[in-house]
Design a protein around this ligand. Structure first.
Ligand code: SF4
Ligand code: SF4
Length: 126
């Protein structure tokens, strides 16, 4: 009986359409519950490093001094923890898929320059 099922499946596969899509030439199917990929609104980031510390696959690197945020999309397992722990709500899960790559999947985001520090007023002499 099993051989009959297997032969039927093999024949269906021979004459049927491929089960896979030629992504990205053919757009991938999107589902409502898909987490898609991580994006950041860097202008709201305070470089606290919370996302980096909580990332289960060490995909995020935050540099407070250089005001940069990096993600390695090949390491990211799209768990969404970084978006949950961000105190500024500046990490989001975008439902579409990131572009395909043949090389590195590092995405580097440079933040805007730090606002100038307020000058200290000299104390008034008594
Ligand atoms: S947790 Fe949010 S605010 Fe903190 S470094 Fe990450 S993205 Fe920026
Ligand atoms: S979604 Fe998960 S694995 Fe991906 S960067 Fe955020 S915490 Fe790390």
């Amino acid at each position: 009986m099993q051989i009959f099922t297997m032969t039927k499946r093999a024949l269906a596969n021979l004459v049927g359409k491929p089960a896979t899509l030629m992504y990205p030439a053919t757009p991938a199917k999107q589902y409502e519950i898909s987490r898609g990929h991580v994006i950041i609104a860097i202008e709201d980031c305070i470089y606290c490093g919370n996302c980096q510390r909580h990332c289960v696959s060490q995909a995020i690197v935050v540099d407070r001094e250089a005001r940069t945020w990096e993600i390695d999309r090949l390491r990211c397992i799209i768990c969404g923890v970084c978006a949950e722990v961000c105190p500024k709500d500046c990490i989001f899960m975008e439902p579409d898929y990131p572009p395909s790559t043949t090389g590195t999947a590092m995405e580097f985001v440079q933040g805007p320059p730090a606002p100038p520090k307020a000058e200290k007023k000299p104390k008034a002499e008594e």
